[in-house]
Design a protein. Sequence first.
Length: 519
Amino acid sequence: MSDADIIIIGSGHNGLVAGAYLACAGKSVLVLERNEWHGGGVVSRELTKPGFTHDQHSMSHIFIQGNPLLLNDDLGLKSKYGLQYVFPDVPMMSVWEDGSTLPLHRDPAKSAAAIARFSEKDAATFLKMSEQAAQWLPMIQAGLYSPPMPVGAQTAMMDQSAEGQEIMRTMGVSTFDLMEELFEHDKVKAHFGRVAGENLVSPDEKATGIGAYVFLGFLEKFGFGVPVGGSGSLTNTLIACIEDHGGTVRAGCEVREVFTDGAKAAGVVLDNGERLTCADGIIGALHPHILPDIVPSLPAEVGRKAKRTHITDAACFTVHAALDAPLKFKAGDLSAVMYELMPAEYEDMRRAFDELRYGNFSSTPLVGVGQLTQHDPSRAPDGKAIFHAWDYVPYKRKDGRDWDEAKGEFAEKMIRRMGDFIENVPDVVLDYHCDSPVDMERTSPSFFRGDLHGIATTTYQSGSHRPTPDLGQYRVPGVDRLYLVGPFQHPGGGVFGAGRATAMVMAEDLGIDFDEISA
């Protein structure tokens, strides 16, 4: 007798989403997590002092808000298991050292009024951009939560209309190209150009222009969801759903091998030698660079293409701090989900990413900050606060220093940079925890070399070619009933709830009507 119908390797939110759908379909699900905690990039932990809850990776949930998982509450995560979000009026704000700020509101009229302080012309252009983003959003949204259309078919379809051709052009240009076409004021250009940086790429990188429209469309329609209790609340409700339907979620179980019965994926071997079997198949958060090592039966050519996938040059470095009191910005009483601490010149931002491309540290820090106790006070004791700050660094240091030895020095540098914008930093910092790209990789194998998107979000690693054309439909060729899930699959990194697409593919193979699945 098998240990489960379906084994899931990794308890990242994508694997849990897939597992929750299939558990609700009546399948017995066993989730195996290598860490002693669950959630992968969607986890909340007391990283500093007791009573201070930090989101170690994702801190707000944006793109999952358009996923039927939450939009229609498919599995009852909100109505049955208690998942709650707050949606602040200002999801994002740019802040400059000279005291100027540019908030991006959910209401486009308010955003336009803020932009008009810099340029009336840019304010009018923004309203047209907002309208265009809203028009394109339904089509973009429709392709994010199900298996991607083949690249050739998608290109042919889009090329048949003027609107499709315009989208294709926007998909091909850089964010910098787009900003130069749209806006006249450098601070407005930088404000939207910074959006590309959140995808770990430079505004100058080609094929990033569409991101500005996707970001704006989601921001205005759905907002940035701040999960009450921390990012890990999503993980907790998914686990509750799986367990409520008879599934099991285990921690401290590292999978070293996927084995087959000669025809299909039949089970896994853990590091301690334990063998676990499954009746229907395996869903694995198996990064392309380690896939051939975990799956000995993988066809050699599939493995070769998987291992050659490209990783982003810009890795992420984060600092989480427990604060004695809320942050006091020099620009005044500010409220946003995400603050971008901006360099003085737009060119400085562009050059920062140029340095990373050559493996150097950016001469201009690009620090982003979240202070979610503004919107969810439950994350810290009364009167206290937290912050989550991030910047971009090379995975491998040219100076030869070990990140474990040097990360505290870089964290202090980030905190000093924050002091240029925030009057009570560093004085208000009680304690902090920092994660280098090496720590990111240790936390989750999906964050290979500190790339929070798993692999680079380039055109040749997007859609049905993500991570490779062989693996772009979530099935693993040559290993029947083995499926992939993770940020290295379509639609990419971030909290999308993309495991839904993997569940759709597996349900089809098992003869399950996916549309009939519910809590």
